[in-house]
Design a protein around this ligand. Sequence first.
Ligand SMILES: *[C@@H]1O[C@H](CO)[C@@H](O)[C@H](O)[C@H]1NC(C)=O
Ligand SMILES: *[C@@H]1O[C@H](CO)[C@@H](O)[C@H](O)[C@H]1NC(C)=O
Ligand SMILES: *[C@@H]1O[C@H](CO)[C@@H](O)[C@H](O)[C@H]1NC(C)=O
Ligand SMILES: *[C@@H]1O[C@H](CO)[C@@H](O)[C@H](O)[C@H]1NC(C)=O
Ligand SMILES: *[C@@H]1O[C@H](CO)[C@@H](O)[C@H](O)[C@H]1NC(C)=O
Ligand SMILES: *[C@@H]1O[C@H](CO)[C@@H](O)[C@H](O)[C@H]1NC(C)=O
Ligand SMILES: *[C@@H]1O[C@H](CO)[C@@H](O)[C@H](O)[C@H]1NC(C)=O
Ligand SMILES: *[C@@H]1O[C@H](CO)[C@@H](O)[C@H](O)[C@H]1NC(C)=O
Ligand SMILES: *[C@@H]1O[C@H](CO)[C@@H](O)[C@H](O)[C@H]1NC(C)=O
Length: 554
Amino acid sequence: MQLLSFLAISGVAGTAFARSAREAAYAKRNIAPPAPRYGYLSQPAVHAKRQEQTIIPQTEKTAKYVVNGTAGAIPEVNFDIGESYAGLMPINNASNETGELYFWFFPSANEQAGDEITIWLNGGPGCSSLEGFLQENGPISWQYGTPHPVYNPWNWVTLTNMVWVEQPVGTGFSQGEPKAQSTEDAAQEFAGFWKNFIDTFDLKDRKVYIAGESYAGKYIPYFADAFLQKNDSSYYDVKGVLIYDPSFASDTVLEDVPSLPFVERWDGLFNFNKTFMEDLRKRNNECGYTDYFNKYLTFPPVPGAMPEPPKSAEDDGCAIWEDIINAVFLTNPCFDVYQVATTCPLLWDVLGFPGSFGYIPPGETVYFNRTEVQKAINAPIGVWEECADGILEKDSSPQVTWDVLPRVIDALDRTVVVHGDLDFILLGNGTLMTIQNMTFGGVQGFQSEPCEEFFVPYHTDYSQESLSASGVMGKTHTERKLTWVEQALSGHMVPQYQPSSGYRQLEFLLGRIDSLTSTEPFTTAPGSAAKNSTSVSKRAVGAMPQFGDKKKWY
Ligand SMILES: *[C@@H]1O[C@H](CO)[C@@H](O)[C@H](O)[C@H]1NC(C)=O
Ligand SMILES: *[C@@H]1O[C@H](CO)[C@@H](O)[C@H](O)[C@H]1NC(C)=O
Ligand SMILES: *[C@@H]1O[C@H](CO)[C@@H](O)[C@H](O)[C@H]1NC(C)=O
Ligand SMILES: *[C@@H]1O[C@H](CO)[C@@H](O)[C@H](O)[C@H]1NC(C)=O
Ligand SMILES: *[C@@H]1O[C@H](CO)[C@@H](O)[C@H](O)[C@H]1NC(C)=O
Ligand SMILES: *[C@@H]1O[C@H](CO)[C@@H](O)[C@H](O)[C@H]1NC(C)=O
Ligand SMILES: *[C@@H]1O[C@H](CO)[C@@H](O)[C@H](O)[C@H]1NC(C)=O
Ligand SMILES: *[C@@H]1O[C@H](CO)[C@@H](O)[C@H](O)[C@H]1NC(C)=O
Ligand SMILES: *[C@@H]1O[C@H](CO)[C@@H](O)[C@H](O)[C@H]1NC(C)=O
């Protein structure tokens, strides 16, 4: 997720910033939060019971990776997480190779998942995919400000076989000297790791899907392209990719150009004074950003290559995005660049990164930095940090949208790009402009403006610890195998802020539903995929949360 360059730009690294809790709004007025029709489960969710037989056949090769998923085996996790495998896997077989990537693999009990495997990657570059695991789409969820981890019924293992991988070398628990100088280098590391992974768990001839966010918007198209070039369907049969809030273009296009329209759209969340806004508008015009935005964010697109914007943050008065950030910390010291609908207080984050900057309260520890946690998940004992410096700081690979991504879109069944509406580290309108400059399926850009409704089925929530939205949750559009979603009410990390939307998007990626406009129920009620699960039955779909006749307190 995190783009660390931001720390350097802002010069206020280490300052504490936070996000507000959903519950706070209710608590203040003593209004009961929306309750599912059938009431909340009184106990935290119990989920898939451990199967008698493992999904993955046990061999000598798999033995060293087995994770004891019994309740209590992993520190603070007081529920069974089912069958999983984790540890280090070499990036190639050379006897002098020291590079190894850390992974955590969860086979799925979902009967439709038999011939699939889905990879999850976070960005950075240098940020750990265990962040996605613990706070976005894994079975264990430990969110900002909450006292302990809880079961995540929206976890993607409910739908398919999932592996979270820390890469490239140098990221998270991965071992060896960081050598990748380009995303292409990282793709070669990953492809070697992948072959070893497939052979270890006997997963040949699977349909491969790759999902991730942020800088993984650069990794994923290059990795998919490298897989396609292998022309070896027993290992590398990639079928689809799902990319959240991607690093698809220069910072000028993704940040500076679309910043002022963003501030105007969400003006109450920035709360700037008139003088500042007038100055911003004036400079935005002078830097040529206003004309550029109006000209190139059009449907169908302006034919031909979109030039670089006339100015950039390097030019005097044209660092519009950075100026906005610096100003907003006056009006909202807890401003979260990853989710702008956030105010003080600053919340504790068990991974040490609850908002715009790293923060860990005195006396608290970072979860994956704890020795007993590392032992429980076959990780090397040592320092773990969510985002590491020194990884791909100069990435020589060209922007993916120029060449690689169009080729990948044409080759795959589905390419899904989703961008959260409240993300200010990378801006959705910048992504859309970039798509308008991209030729895929032989035609440039989308021919019409995205306006179809992205629908998330109504559902009964599983527990108060995992409430998630339903109904129309944004706009979507598909042309020539590329699907776009403007995701409502979400920051940068979509499966964290909108887990039910992320779950639906995965169903679409896997081809379990035909369209994101579909109003069909979820294919598998969240949390209930396990074969013959005794603990969770399919829940009623279509039950709207109701206030009912709850007493109001003023
Ligand atoms: C798995 O963890 C549980 C809970 O800590 C423990 O009782 C059990 O002995 C462990 N199993 C193995 C095989 O280590
Ligand atoms: C291993 O040895 C080969 C051949 O000598 C060399 O090309 C390669 O760079 C070495 N790899 C590492 C990781 O040192
Ligand atoms: C490394 O060797 C193992 C055992 O022969 C093999 O299964 C695996 O595919 C090899 N890995 C690579 C990256 O070639
Ligand atoms: C891909 O592999 C198939 C079968 O192994 C072969 O027939 C085909 O020529 C290969 N295509 C390319 C582009 O290498
Ligand atoms: C994105 O651009 C459109 C104009 O094309 C504008 O109406 C909308 O408010 C912008 N959204 C954001 C979040 O900036
Ligand atoms: C208006 O906002 C700017 C940017 O935050 C700030 O520098 C300036 O002092 C503010 N003016 C007033 C009158 O508060
Ligand atoms: C991580 O653990 C090491 C000791 O293993 C400690 O020195 C370091 O301060 C820890 N970092 C954080 C952020 O907790
Ligand atoms: C637009 O696309 C063309 C062709 O791929 C590319 O050369 C150009 O750099 C792109 N423009 C921007 C601003 O990325
Ligand atoms: C589920 O349980 C039934 C009855 O015990 C059994 O016949 C069936 O094969 C089981 N299904 C799976 C997928 O394990």
